[in-house]
Design a protein around this ligand. Structure first.
Ligand code: PMP
Length: 362
């Protein structure tokens, strides 16, 4: 029996890609071994690797101007790798701070150059409940890049219109909302996304990077940290996490099978609207701290009257087969993550539980 999984990441994966992995585990396509046991230079693995890349190109309409890279590690590593490649002691980059992850990205940039805070929506309680407006951005036209976090996993806010940063290269951490809907990749110099929410298992990061931006990367840093090394070697410079990439391939193939990212977006919008409507119609009982225009479709956060009631909500939810709703240790409260593997029916189950819980405890 599989539970309804609202985990924030690593998150639930769709069942079909996991079943495919199970069916192929001991004997991958008649080769007498699992994909894990194949050489990363062999035909069997290389076909999987290239299929994952071409599926990404198709699903996200990645233009030919951009390279598609797989890099071992996580998004936290990208907080460092971006400034390592594109900053020097004499240059600065603009950071749009909208949550805990952007704050961490700023700190890593300090090792290589000067991060400028071009916007910061932190409030008096040290929380983030909104995305800045365009007018609030204090951008420096000489910045090496502008860094943003498209979806704030902890605080449940999301950029619904990407900022206009003029000619400055735009870099986005899309770890928690990549593939939630179609995006215009051409607007970004670099996008990175840890896989463990919408793409697959942890251990791998997807990077989409403009070739011109890539060419500006520093050459006085170790080869293994240069984006150019990954681009020149089809992300096979060293041994990649082959099983992670294989599972990403399975998830991407599933997205294509169900109708592509447009269909995924339709489901995500329906899911988000169902859940926010349940919060809003029980507004005296569930409190959503995020400003409406900044609400995330991926991570929905809300509070109940007190912590005891929040604990009861999580415990009763778990008894009803729904897990992963406890808020982050920094933010407290409830957080429901609605990544691509969560279905509309899962959210309908949650919403009727929420109405009933409010009735019984209101
Ligand atoms: N950025 C965002 C938006 C995230 O949600 C997370 C983790 N959930 C990270 C960065 C850090 O990812 P990792 O733990 O893979 O380094």
């Amino acid at each position: 029996m599989r539970v309804i999984n609202f985990n924030p990441g690593p998150a639930g994966l769709p069942t079909a890609p996991l079943e495919r992995a199970r069916d192929e585990l001991l004997d991958f396509q008649g080769t007498g071994m699992s994909i894990i046991e194949h050489s990363h230079r062999g035909k069997a693995y290389e076909a999987v690797h290239n299929e994952a890349i071409s599926l990404l190109k198709e699903l996200l309409s990645v233009p030919d101007t951009h390279e598609i890279l797989f890099i071992q590690g996580g998004a936290s590593q990208q907080f460092a790798q971006v400034p390592m490649n594109f900053l020097t002691k004499d240059t600065s980059a603009d950071y749009l701070v909208t949550g805990g992850w952007s704050e961490k990205a700023v700190e890593e940039a300090r090792y290589y150059g000067t991060p400028r805070i071009a916007a910061n929506t932190v409030n008096a309680d040290k929380r983030f409940t909104r995305i800045p407006t365009q007018a609030e951005l204090q951008l420096d036209p000489k910045a090496a890049y502008v860094h943003m976090t498209s979806n704030n996993t902890l605080f449940g806010t999301q950029w619904h219109t990407f900022p206009d940063v003029g000619q400055v290269p735009l870099v986005a951490d899309m770890s928690s909302d990549i593939l939630w809907k179609p995006i215009d990749v051409s607007r970004f110099a670099l996008i990175y996304a840890g896989a463990q929410k919408n793409i697959g298992p942890s251990g791998i990061v997807l990077v989409l990077v403009h070739k011109d931006f890539l060419a500006k990367g520093r050459k006085d840093i170790p080869k293994v940290f240069r984006y150019a090394t990954y681009a020149e070697n089809n992300s096979l410079y060293n041994t990649p996490p082959t099983f992670s990439i294989y599972l990403c391939r399975n998830v991407l193939a599933w997205i294509k099978d169900v109708g592509g990212v447009k269909q995924i977006e339709a489901w995500n919008r329906e899911k988000g609207e169902l859940l926010y409507a349940a919060i809003d119609r029980n507004a005296g009982f569930y409190r959503a701290p995020v400003e409406k225009a900044s609400r995330s479709y991926m991570n929905v956060v809300f509070r109940l009257r007190d912590e005891k009631l929040e604990e009861a909500f999580v415990a009763e939810g778990a008894k009803a087969g729904m897990v992963g709703m406890k808020g982050h240790r920094i933010t407290g409260g409830i957080r429901v993550s609605l990544y691509n593997a969560v279905t509309v029916d899962h959210v309908k189950t949650l919403v009727s539980f929420m109405d009933d819980f409010a009735k019984r405890n209101g």
